[in-house]
Design a protein around this ligand. Structure first.
Ligand code: CMC
Length: 431
């Protein structure tokens, strides 16, 4: 039988080493035995941006990027989007199994009864200027929660961990809605325990001058599906940030705040905002060919935002579901005028050699922004709408990391390329 090992010959010394292969990986630490002399530090792996390095073992989310497969705890994303609800998916991700009706009811009750924030949070948020980006408000307010819940430091205590995780999932829509209301100069609306997770969020965004505000069921369902699609995505940039920061054993509010920071960037969760700005810049369907040309020639360092993915190299299964949701939303809201430009961009790009060769196709962010805009959200809120559901993934991954006995404080190595040792030069002697 073939051995599950890798034999490496170091041509510098002629020595041969046998390294075990586990789960299709070698442990890079096994390379450290490969040395040219006793004093040699040993061989390291160099992998900027973790292109080919697994940072953890995880039982939460499975992706096969070549086949366009995404599964939460083994359940295909398409089935969850069609048959489940966001709160049920949250339970699934957190606990590994779908809930029984009683478990779901209890979980829903728990989340619903942690949605209020301390009144001082309102004062804290009021300190922002009127034009603060809601993502900045979200990340700093979530970081501030660590000051409100000092018991969150007990990361080794399962009960404390679970309370903080529930608080984060429950309070995120409240803080997100408050950041929106602040930017609009509108009074904050308190959570309503009679509404669903998504319904309550939409009510906190929209309610004004009435106690009888009704959330449109199609829009509530659409946002629920979008939340399911965004709930987790294994070791993406923000989740890796949460794990990295959390590995120092800091409280989960501080770790999740770091995740929100990572998500804010235009190459990650900020892409949905960037897509909308791009579509507006293009302005008309007749300008699409010129834009595609500019992307291909690198003119103005333009990218086709909402296209491409580090992992998906055939298609992003979330993008497929989103297209269906878009149709349902546009039935209610009317078509977003930018849709025509997006469809034309997709059509041209999918036939163009540049994009085909690089396996670039629409990702989750390409159409989600159009839906959010049709639902009346300003572009600044788009990454916030990503952060709310992703909180479930962040806290689940954080807890998995905390419980993983193989994990340690994250601390990569570097290849030093700076000056060799030299002596300090007094100010008067400097040229
Ligand atoms: N438009 C034009 N060219 C692109 C694009 C794009 N959107 N994405 C990648 N490329 C090119 C890139 O220039 C490179 O070309 P070359 O081989 O000639 O240098 C090639 O395709 C490979 O790209 P890469 O940058 O090596 O791929 P990556 O895995 O490092 O980056 C990505 C993945 C998502 C950051 C990138 O595709 C991108 O910037 N896309 C636009 C931003 C975006 O939509 N982000 C949302 C990602 S999905 C939601 C989420 O999980 O955050």
């Amino acid at each position: 039988m073939a051995k599950e090992t890798l034999t490496i010959t170091d041509n510098r010394t002629g020595k041969t080493y046998e390294v075990p292969i586990e789960n299709g990986c070698i442990r890079t630490n096994a390379l450290r035995q490969i040395k040219v002399s006793e004093e040699d530090f040993g061989l390291m792996g160099y992998d900027p941006a973790f292109l080919n390095t697994a940072n953890c073992k995880s039982a939460i989310t499975f992706i096969d990027g070549d086949k366009g497969i995404l599964e939460y705890r083994g359940y295909p994303i398409e089935q969850l989007a069609e048959k489940s609800s966001f709160i049920e998916v949250a339970y699934l991700l957190l606990n590994g199994e779908l809930p029984t009706p009683k478990q779901l009811e209890e979980f829903n009750y728990l989340v619903t009864h942690h949605t209020y924030v301390h009144e001082n949070i309102k004062t804290f948020m009021d300190g922002y200027r009127y034009d603060a980006h809601p993502m900045s408000m979200l990340s700093s307010t979530v970081a501030a929660l660590s000051g409100f819940y000092p018991d969150a430091k007990n990361t080794k205590d399962e009960r404390s961990r679970r309370i903080q995780m529930t608080r984060l999932i429950a309070k995120m829509p409240t803080i997100a809605a408050f950041s929106y209301r602040h930017s609009m100069g509108l009074p904050y609306v308190y959570p309503d325990n009679d509404l669903s997770y998504v319904g309550n969020f939409l009510a906190m965004i929209r309610k004004i001058g009435t106690t009888t505000y009704k959330v449109h069921p199609t829009l509530e369902k659409a946002l629920d599906v979008l939340f399911i699609l965004h709930a987790d995505h294994e070791q993406n940039c923000s989740t890796t940030s949460v794990r990295t920061v959390g590995s120092s054993e800091v409280d989960p509010y501080s770790a999740v705040a770091a995740g929100i920071g990572a998500l804010y960037g235009p190459l990650h969760g900020g892409a949905n905002e960037a897509v909308l700005r791009m579509l507006r810049e293009i302005g008309h369907v007749s300008k699409v060919p010129d834009f595609i040309k500019a992307v291909k020639t690198g003119e103005g360092e333009k990218k086709l935002m909402g296209f491409g993915h580090r992992v998906y190299k055939s298609y992003d299964p979330r993008a497929k579901v989103i297209k269906r949701v878009a149709d349902e939303v546009f039935e209610v809201t009317g078509k977003n005028p930018l849709l025509e430009i997006a469809v034309e961009l997709e059509k041209i790009a999918l036939q163009d050699e540049y994009f085909v060769k690089r396996k670039l196709s629409p990702n989750v962010d390409f159409y989600s922004g159009l839906i959010y805009e049709a639902m009346g959200f300003p572009v600044e809120m788009f990454p916030v709408l990503f952060a709310i559901p992703r909180t479930v993934g962040w806290v689940t991954q954080w807890e998995e990391m905390v419980k993983d006995s193989e994990q340690k404080i994250a601390r990569p190595r570097q290849i030093y390329t700076g000056s060799k040792r030299r002596d300090y030069v007094a100010m008067k002697d400097r040229k």
